[in-house]
Write a protein that binds this ligand. Structure first.
Ligand SMILES: Nc1ncnc2c1ncn2[C@@H]1O[C@H](COP(=O)(O)OP(=O)(O)OP(=O)(O)O)[C@@H](O)[C@H]1O
Ligand SMILES: [Mg+2]
Length: 393
C-alpha cells in the first residue's frame, strides 16, 4: 500500500509514526542544553570569515551524539543566515569508511556532477576548497563514527582537512566536528593532535531514567493521541532503557509498545505492552541500509513489510515476498543460494535474527526471521525511497 496513506485510519493510538523513527530530529533536544552550550562555546567567533572551529564529541551508544551535532549544525546555520553562509555536511564513516569515499561524498554534495573517479585525495580537497570559496560558504563538516575510518586508514584524512588552507591567502574554509563512541585522540599522530588542541572535547554521559523519560514524553506527544500512552507505561520504558542509558532503546521500546497495543485493538498503551528487548545489540541507524546492494535491499524490504505487522516470518515466506519485491522494482530475482547469502549478510550486520527450529508438524526444519535492531516501518520507508531512486538491473 502506498506509504502516504499510512496516516489515514492509522489506529487508535498513533497519529504520526515519523517521530518514532531514528531520523526524526526534534526542534528542541530535551536535557542537553549544557552540551549544546559547550559545543557553541567552541565555535565562538565562527561568525567572522576566517574562523575555523574544531570539536570532538564522545559518548556511549544512544547518548545523543548524532542528534546533538545535527541540531547544533542546523541551529548555527539558521542563526548565522545573515552573517556567514554555513553549509552543514554530516558524514557517517561507517557508511564511508575510507579517505577517498569521504572526500568523494563531500565533493558530490557540493557538486553532484563531480566525477566518480580519476582524482587523488589532494586534488579533490582542492576542488572542495575552490567550490566553497567561490560560493562563499563555510563547511561545517561532521565526521560521525570517525573511529571506523581512523582504525582502518589512520588519520591522514584529518591531517589533510586540517591543513586545507595552509599556504593560502583566504582561510576559514571548513570547521570540523568528530564524533565517536570511544576516545580517539590516541589514534592521532602528533601533527593532528597539535592542530586539534586539548580543550575542545565534549564527553556525553549516558541518559539517566529522568532524561529518558523526558525523551519518551517528547516522542509520545509528537506521535500519539493525547493521553493514549499511560504515565506508568512511559515510566516502565524509561526504567528499562536506563539500564544502558540509550535513548534509541527508549524510542524503540515505545514504538513496539504502541504496536502491541494497537494490534490488540486497545486505545491506550499500558505497562503490560512494554517488553524489554531481548535481542538488542548495538543500535542500528536506518542510514546503514545505504551500504547494502540492491538485492540485499529488496530482500530486507520484503522482510520489513512483513515484520512491521508480525513478530516473525518464515524463510519460505520471506523468499516469496522477496520475489514480489523484485517484480515491483523490475529486478530479476536471484536464486535460492543468493537469497540465503542476503539473509546471512543481513543477520551479520545485525538487522535481523534468523533461528532454525523444527516445524510444528515435525516435517523438517524451518527458519524463523525476526527484526533485531531495526524498526521495520522506518527501514521500509527508507528502502522504498532508495530503491525508487535506483534503477535495478
Ligand atoms: N536529548 C534528546 N532529545 C530528544 N531526542 C534525543 C535526545 N538524545 C537522543 N535522542 C534521540 O535518540 C536517538 C539516539 O540518539 P543518537 O542517534 O543521537 O545517539 P548516538 O549517541 O549518536 O548513538 P550511536 O553511538 O549509536 O551513534 C535518536 O533518535 C535521537 O534523535
Ligand atoms: Mg550516532
Amino acid at each position: 500500500m502506498a506509504g502516504y496513506l499510512d496516516r489515514i485510519g492509522a489506529g487508535k493510538i498513533l497519529v504520526d509514526s515519523e517521530p518514532l523513527s531514528f531520523d526524526w530530529l526534534p526542534n528542541e533536544l530535551v536535557g542537553r542544553d549544557e552540551a549544546l552550550g559547550e559545543i557553541a562555546s567552541m565555535f565562538m567567533g565562527i561568525e567572522s570569515p576566517n574562523f575555523s572551529g574544531r570539536a570532538i564529541v564522545i559518548g556511549p551508544v544512544g547518548s545523543g551524539k548524532t542528534a546533538i551535532v545535527r541540531r547544533f549544525s542546523e541551529d548555527l546555520r539558521k542563526h548565522l543566515a545573515d552573517t556567514r553562509r554555513i553549509l552543514p555536511v554530516h558524514i557517517n564513516c561507517r557508511n564511508h569508511p575510507t579517505t577517498s569515499q569521504v572526500l568523494q561524498r563531500i565533493a558530490q554534495i557540493l557538486d553532484h556532477r563531480h566525477p566518480e573517479r580519476g582524482f587523488s585525495p589532494g586534488e579533490i580537497i582542492q576542488s572542495i576548497r575552490r567550490n566553497l570559496q567561490n560560493s562563499g560558504r563555510h563547511m561545517l563538516l561532521v565526521l560521525d563514527e570517525v573511529s571506523v575510518l581512523l582504525l582502518r586508514e589512520g588519520d591522514d584524512l584529518l591531517y589533510q582537512l586540517l591543513r586545507i588552507d595552509e599556504g593560502r591567502e583566504e582561510t576559514g574554509t571548513l570547521s570540523l566536528i568528530l564524533v565517536s563512541q570511544e576516545p580517539m585522540v590516541h589514534l592521532f599522530e602528533a601533527a593532528v593532535k597539535s592542530r586539534f588542541g586539548q580543550s575542545n572535547h565534549i564527553r556525553l554521559r549516558p541518559y539517566n531514567e529522568e532524561g529518558l523519560r523526558a525523551i519518551v514524553d517528547q516522542r509520545t506527544s509528537a506521535a500519539c493521541r493525547k493521553g493514549s500512552v499511560r504515565d506508568d507505561a512511559k515510566s516502565r520504558i524509561a526504567g528499562f532503557a536506563a539500564e544502558t542509558g540509550d535513548a534509541r532503546l527508549a524510542i524503540e521500546l515505545l514504538e513496539s509498545a504502541i504496536r502491541r497495543a494497537e494490534k490488540k485493538g486497545v486505545s491506550e498503551v499500558s505497562p503490560e505492552h512494554v517488553e524489554p528487548s531481548s535481542t538488542r545489540g548495538a543500535g542500528i541507524e536506518p542510514d546503514m541500509v545505504d551500504g547494502l546492494n540492491d538485492h540485499q535491499k529488496m530482500c530486507l524490504l520484503a522482510l520489513c513489510r512483513r515484520l512491521r505487522r508480525e513478530e516473525s516470518v518464515t524463510s519460505g515466506d520471506a523468499e516469496r515476498l522477496y520475489h514480489v519485491v523484485c517484480e515491483e522494482y523490475e529486478g530479476e530475482p536471484r536464486g535460492h543460494t543468493s537469497f540465503w547469502g542476503y539473509i546471512k549478510r543481513l543477520e551479520e550486520i545485525g538487522f535481523i535474527h534468523a533461528e532454525t527450529s523444527n516445524t510444528p508438524k515435525g516435517r523438517g526444519r524451518t527458519t524463523l526471521i525476526r527484526a533485531a535492531n531495526i524498526l521495520p516501518a522506518t527501514v521500509e520507508k527508507r528502502l522504498e525511497k532508495d530503491l525508487n531512486r535506483n534503477n535495478i538491473a
